[in-house]
Design a protein around this ligand. Structure first.
Ligand code: NDP
Length: 311
């Protein structure tokens, strides 16, 4: 029977996803890689890093849906057929979870919680006058689904929020900058830099030595987009010489972060195992099913990736 969905991921749970999809579309024929049956029957593929060549072997494939927001690993696979549309997951719950993470990390830096944790371990009572949130300038790189939602929430918490993206944006309570022309001004008044960019040919190492040293001295860095957007060697130098005073890193150039990586031993760095936000099958399945319906009806698809831009 034509119209089957192929689930292919070594990371995501096929049982949870099958149940979530079946609850919304009971008639959907779901195949779990590598048991795909007749390749000609696969219409949609729901994937995270599928094996090289798997997508190219599906003659009637109409849509590839990436099991996550970041499509960099999928687009880096040269065997993905260039004519098949690629969609990504991205819903309000994923944005909310990321915003909660960003808010935690910003508040941790804003209220010097790492310093108080060190004082606690030393049994030390020492009071530092907190500064009000309107004096703390938070700069968000990337104003898409995740960065835009985080920016609005932080502005609502009273921070002085600025954002930077490729194209112009208008967000209430957020000073927006864009493109190469706006990059320097954006960085110059950012005390806490939040990087929420996709990894593309244009964003690789965009936070390198030059960007790091345009920030005010002692700035903090939070990266929860993709590791490759930050030049880790430049960041290490900046952390060691005080240009960057603290960092919260959820993503790395190489994951898992190698055991001998210097970040692990640094007092002023908090490393997390790429855990800021995830897609919840029960919620994300709604957009998957809607996209299957739209493919069949020939309607415009949701969350389509611009393969030339890389996001
Ligand atoms: P979107 O595609 O919605 O937004 C991307 C944003 O980045 C846009 O504002 C875009 O600008 C901007 N951007 C892209 N390229 C450039 C560039 N060259 N210069 C300036 N700005 C640029 O993505 P999401 O917000 O949904 O997600 C962002 C990333 O977060 C994902 O790609 C993924 O890698 C990562 N992620 C990490 C997770 C984690 O757990 N750590 C979980 C989920 C996602 P414009 O608006 O002008 O197009």
């Amino acid at each position: 029977m034509a119209g089957a969905l192929l689930f292919s991921s070594h990371l995501d749970d096929p049982v949870a996803w099958s149940a979530a999809l079946a609850a919304l579309m009971p008639e959907l024929d779901i195949r779990v890689s590598p048991e795909l049956g007749d390749p000609a029957e696969i219409e949609t593929a729901l994937v995270w890093r599928p094996p090289a060549g798997e997508m190219a072997a599906l003659p009637n494939l109409k849509l590839i849906i990436n099991l996550g927001a970041g499509v960099d690993p999928l687009l880096a696979d040269p065997t993905i057929p260039p004519h098949i549309p690629v969609a990504r997951l991205g819903d309000q719950f994923m944005a909310q979870m990321m915003t909660q993470f960003v808010t935690f990390a910003v508040l941790r830096h804003h209220r010097d919680i790492a310093m108080y944790e060190r004082q606690h371990r030393a049994g030390e009572w020492r009071y530092e006058l907190p500064i009000p949130s309107y004096e703390r300038r938070v700069g968000i790189m990337g104003l898409g689904l995740l960065g835009g939602t985080a920016a609005r929430t932080l502005a609502g918490l009273g921070f002085s929020v600025r954002g930077w993206a490729r194209s112009p944006h208008a967000i209430d309570g957020v000073e927006c900058f864009h493109g190469a022309a706006g990059f320097g001004d954006f960085l110059a008044k950012t005390d806490i830099l939040v990087v929420l960019l996709p990894l593309t040919k244009d964003t690789r190492h965009i936070v390198g030595r030059d960007a790091l040293y345009r920030l005010p001295r002692g700035a903090r860095l939070i990266n929860c987009g993709r590791g490759g957007t930050v030049d880790e060697d430049a960041l290490l130098t900046a952390l060691n010489d005080g240009q960057i005073s603290e960092a919260t890193l959820d993503v790395f150039e190489s994951e898992p972060l190698p055991k001998d990586h210097p970040f692990w031993g640094m007092e002023n760095v908090l490393c997390l195992p790429h855990t800021a936000s995830i897609a919840i099958p029960e919620i994300a399945a709604k957009d998957v099913v809607e996209n299957i319906r739209r493919v069949r009806a020939g309607e415009a698809l949701l969350n389509i990736v611009d393969r030339a831009k890389g996001y």
